[in-house]
Design a binder for this molecule. Structure first.
Ligand code: NZQ
Ligand code: ZN
Length: 397
């Protein structure tokens, strides 16, 4: 296991109905909030109205900015930052899926600095501007997926350059997040599934790429994967199943909170490649991950058979007797593919609307430039050079 420092000061308020506590919690952050939310769902399902009512009862005024698109863009964020400045907002309240929650983090920086957010995003420049100030921030997830509610990162898209990259700072931990699974019952089937794949991806990447001898971390990861695999089908079958939604919401929050990967380190090659995909094609993050995951597992397993074999036996119940480690490792890929098929997410590029390979070389180059530490390859048990990334994209066709 590696040495580590763990710091996560976010106060999590969890449970069905806990949204009612937003007024009292928010009051501690100031008198005027900018609510940063998506274009439709939070308003359509009455979530924003409920929140503004709770805030009003505590004397907190709220301005609503409801223009955040999925894969949130720099232009939208800069505009929201300006609105927060004009209205002298004390804090930002993100409400929605990962896109509005990430946007809220970025708006907290844009509002405090008055500067373009892209300068602060690590998009391959030698050194992004360090975040030295940000407004207070709180988050209310309405979709179980990214875990943005319990971490200090945000993923921001620049639609002019077709780049998607990470903004991060300890100043961007939410002061509090209210994880109320009831808010997720209206998430349509497709995004419920995509969210489940995202949660699995957040723990599978460290599992395959992190240090050896990390049984606590590895079994945390397997536990989260098993929980999603058990409860995602229930949420699909019965969207109002609060128990299933609760399991997914907590899995989502904890997966990328730092807790799971402590001492294991590791890399995020799957996410790096997906970000290039959604930066060019604006697809759902979880769907892009589902597309790439089987091909990345196939590319990787022979370089780390022990971890794949552990997954086969402990996650998929494969019986080890007599089988070689490599055979067991293959069984993990079969198990994952079977799961993806069972939730209709064993995909090819055309299934997400991509019918040409015209951007693949550029996407691979962007991936290396933005996410590779040495600018040559992505860290992975079997390193991913530009040509390997192109081949993985090709294999998805
Ligand atoms: O846009 P609205 O109208 O809000 O509708 C959304 C959107 O269409 C809808 N939705 C959300 N909650 C709903 C709902 N519909 C009905 N009822 C509800 N309760 O779902 C759709 C997808 O929303 P979005 O926020 O885009 O999805 P997601 O949570 O998957 O977030 C994706 C973004 O997060 C980034 C991704 O790259 C992507 O930009 N990520 C952020 C991370 C982080 N901060 O830690 C880590 C992740 O790996 C990820 O990269
Ligand atoms: Zn993700």
């Amino acid at each position: 296991m590696q040495n580590f420092v763990f710091y996560n000061p976010t106060k999590i308020i969890f449970g069905p109905g806990e949204i009612a506590r937003v007024g009292k919690e928010a009051k501690q952050l100031g008198d005027t909030a900018l609510i940063v939310t998506g274009k439709r769902s939070s308003s359509a399902h009455g979530i924003v109205n409920r929140i503004t009512d709770y805030l009003e009862k505590e004397g907190v005024q709220a301005i609503v900015y409801d223009k955040i698109e999925p894969n949130p863009r720099t232009t939208t964020i800069d505009a929201a930052g300006e609105l927060a400045r004009q209205n002298k907002c004390d804090f930002i309240l993100g409400v929605g899926g990962g896109s509005p929650m990430d946007a809220a983090k970025a708006v907290a920086v844009a509002a405090a600095t008055g500067e373009p957010i892209w300068d602060y995003v690590a998009h391959g420049q030698p050194m992004p501007k360090p975040v030295r100030k940000a407004l207070h921030l709180a988050e209310i997830p309405t979709l179980a997926a990214t875990g943005s509610e319990f971490n200090s990162g945000a993923v921001i898209s620049n639609w002019e350059s077709h780049e998607k990259a990470v903004l991060g700072s300890p100043l961007l931990f939410p002061k509090f997040s209210i994880v109320d699974p009831e808010l997720t019952v209206t998430v349509p089937k497709d995004y419920t599934i995509d969210g489940g794949i995202d949660i699995i991806s957040h723990v599978i990447e460290g599992f395959f790429t992190g240090a050896d001898n990390t049984p606590v971390q590895d079994r945390f990861s397997l536990s989260i994967m098993r929980t999603v695999m058990d409860y995602l089908p229930k949420a699909i079958a019965n969207p109002g199943d609060i128990e299933a939604r609760s399991q997914l919401s907590w899995s989502s929050a904890v997966a990328l909170s730092g807790m799971i990967n402590n001492g294991r380190g590791g890399a995020f090659p799957l996410h790096a490649m997906e970000h290039a995909l959604s930066a060019h094609y604006d697809i759902s993050h979880g769907r892009g991950l589902a597309l790439l995951l089987p091909r990345l597992m196939e590319y990787t397993y022979e370089a780390r058979p022990a971890k794949f074999a552990m997954m086969a036996t402990e996650l998929f119940g494969e019986i080890a007797d007599g089988k070689s480690e490599l055979d067991l490792a293959r069984a993990a890929i079969d198990g994952m593919n079977d799961f993806l098929k069972s939730v209709d997410r064993f995909l090819r590029m055309p299934d997400v609307g991509i019918s040409s390979d015209i951007h693949f070389a550029q996407m691979a180059e962007d991936t290396i430039r933005i996410y590779s530490r040495n600018k040559e390859f992505l860290d992975n048990p079997r390193p991913l050079y530009k040509k390997d990334i192109v081949r993985i994209f090709d294999n998805c066709m």
